[in-house]
Design a protein around this ligand. Sequence first.
Ligand SMILES: [Zn+2]
Length: 114
Amino acid sequence: MNDTNQIKKINQDILSRLQNVETSMKKIEKELKNTTGLNSFIENKHITRQDKIWGCEKCGSRLGIYDKEKDELRVRYRDFFAWWKPGIDGYLKIVCRGCSHINEVRYTDNGDNI
Ligand SMILES: [Zn+2]
């Protein structure tokens, strides 16, 4: 292979890598647009005075938000969104992303869980 062919091959290689990066970026952008809407819904706009941040009992990292009025837990991680309502005798366990501690929500006698 002569120098010109080698340079051509390197250029093609770089070009195809750039195209891959570009495709990935477009996918990420699309994903971000989808999640940003939900994100603001779950994390910002809908936090009321009734809402309580549910933090890890060990390190304090945010695990989710507890809506006392609806008696519902909202949890988000990247493109994963969930609403939970454990109910009487129910429970919910979440492993903290910060310290790996297993946090558990359980109903107590007075109906207040966290
Ligand atoms: Zn933790």
